[in-house]
Each structure stands twice: as structure tokens, then as C-alpha cells.
Ligand binder design. Sequence first.
Ligand SMILES: *Cc1c(COP(=O)(O)O)cnc(C)c1O
Length: 385
Amino acid sequence: MINLHQPILGTEELDAIAEVFASNWIGLGPRTRTFEAEFAHHLGVDPEQVVFLNSGTAALFLTVQVLDLGPGDDVVLPSISFVAAANAIASSGARPVFCDVDPRTLNPTLDDVARAITPATKAVLLLHYGGSPGEVTAIADFCREKGLMLIEDSACAVASSVHGTACGTFGDLATWSFDAMKILVTGDGGMFYAADPELAHRARRLAYHGLEQMSGFDSAKSSNRWWDIRVEDIGQRLIGNDMTAALGSVQLRKLPEFINRRREIATQYDRLLSDVPGVLLPPTLPDGHVSSHYFYWVQLAPEIRDQVAQQMLERGIYTSYRYPPLHKVPIYRADCKLPSAEHACRRTLLLPLHPSLDDAEVRTVADEFQKAVEHHISQRSPLRK
Ligand SMILES: *Cc1c(COP(=O)(O)O)cnc(C)c1O
């Protein structure tokens, strides 16, 4: 079976975990701080601005809490978003307002975002579809001008940037996911970023019961009744731990290799699939844009997309589509027409893309895809008797 996504884990990761075991401290501790500092350096921000958490979803929920969003507030997000983004908004009592996307990039344009703004809009929550930055620079300028908070769900974009500025650092808050099927994996894990260190500090507190995070020994140094608690916020328990953080540090060191291999595979698909009839490949990235190449997506006639996916599955190749439009999901069913999002979700298919694919497997995927498309096109041909 050729998987859509797959992590690569090696002896370096095992050694890092063994070291955590030997230290006998597996909870939040020094390795968490180290991973935060390394990730902050990777983004070009201060370590105080990032908080390592137990998932990307936890990070999304924390963004709305830290901004005190609630009933009466609107948050604009692309309908082509991961469901956790809408869940986070709605859980606060705020209203998710879905906007359309560009039919080719599946990222919202500035115009898509601007058209969805209401008088009650407090924030915009973007993602970088498949790792492509999209119009984040223009949307960030727009948000600043209108006094709206910008949240970047950067789960797809761990190594994406525009003219050297990391995705996730254009707006006010950002989140990343390191779950088992992402580019950089820690099993479960996520990162939270706030441009304002005060908000980052509050997020850190909210991520641990509303308490200032301190080890027992450290609090004993600062108080003679160290068991007293000072709760300033109603928090949750969203923190990461030193085992997952240790994995994160190793994976972050390997990230440039992972991304290089992903880019090579994407380039091979571009070349191998350039003549498949009626198929659109991902648009070329604008100058200065760097993608993490999380997804490789092809677009084909909606009438054959599902059969092509089925035929490839029968040949042992797993494809999929992300993310189903949220304005069509029962709980969020919204009375709005978002034609490009609806069109894109009927004709887009993600092909396997992960660094462990070898060149022969990439060719197999491309060949089987081409065969499936040609087969189903001819099946539908009016000339067929
Ligand atoms: C995976 C993903 C998430 C959720 O992250 P978890 O770590 O699985 O909770 C959020 N947003 C996007 C775009 C994702 O792909």
C-alpha cells in the first residue's frame, strides 16, 4: 500500500526518547523549553512567544480563548478548513463565518476574506492550503487596517514562508500540528504562537489550569507555602511533555531534508502528470513563496474523481481529499453559496506525498493515476457503444 502521508522516524528519535526515560522526567520540563526555543528560532521569533501543546486542535481552541472571543463575535475562515478551526470558534460561542477560496489554490483570496467581513467580525482565521502561503501578506495588511485579529492555522505550513517571513508570523496568533500524519511529527503535539508576549504568557497559563507553570521545586524557592495556588484564569490542560518535545527537536533538525524530498516529489509529479488529459496540477508558487509541500493536489472532472480514487485504491494507492467544505457540514450548515469551494471539493484529489516515497513509487502513482483517468474518461465518452 502506498500511503498518502507517512512519518519517518529513525534511531535518532529512539535515542532521544531513551534519554528522556533515563532522566526519569517525562512531563513538561527542560526538553519542552528546548524544543520551544528551537522552534522559535526556526520561525525567527522569541522563545517566549511560543508554547508547546498536546495538539494542534488544543492550540486552535487556545487562540479563541486567549482573544476572549464569545457570543456576538464573528470569525471569518475559509470553508475549506480543518473542522477543528470551526469547532474552536463555535465552542466559545462566537460564530464561524465561512468565506470562499480560490478554485485552484484552495486558499482564500483577499477578496474572498473581505467579502465575508461583517460588522461583528473580530478575527480572521486562515490556513495555508497544502503548505502554500496564499495571499497571507495582503490579508495580514487588510486585518491590521481593519483592526481585526489574524490567526494562522499553520498545520500545513511548518516550513512555508513569503520572502523569508515564516508562515504563522504574519498575524497575531498561529498554531501548528505535529500529529502522526503531519510533516514534523511528535505523535501528538502542537505549537501556539502569539506576536504579543503578554498573550503568549496568558496562553501558557490557560494551557495549564490557569496556573503559572512551575515545577514543585521551583515554586518551593519562591514561596514558603508552595502548595498554595493562584488561579487567575479558567484554564485547561493542554500542555505537551518532554517525550513528545524530545521527538520534536529531532524532527525539527531533519525538517530541511524532509522538505527537500517533498519538493523533489512534487516536481516529479509536475513533470510526470503534465500530459494527463483534462487534469490540472497545483498552480506555480508566486515569486518569493516557499511551500512545505504538505499536499500534492490534482483537479479533474468531478464526474470521474471518485472512480479514479477507487481504482487507485484497488491498485494499492491511497488518495484522499482535504478539507471538505465546512459550510456543508451538518453542524455548521450555513445558508451561503461558496461556489469555488463547492466546485474544488468535487474535483480535487490528493496524491501520496511523503519523504519515504522512492522515485519508483512516485512513477507508479503517476502511471496509475494516468491510467485511471484515461480509463474513466473513455468510459464516459459518448462514442462508447
Ligand atoms: C491536522 C490539522 C489540525 C489539527 O491538528 P491536531 O494536532 O491533529 O489536533 C488543524 N488544522 C489543520 C489544517 C490540520 O491539517
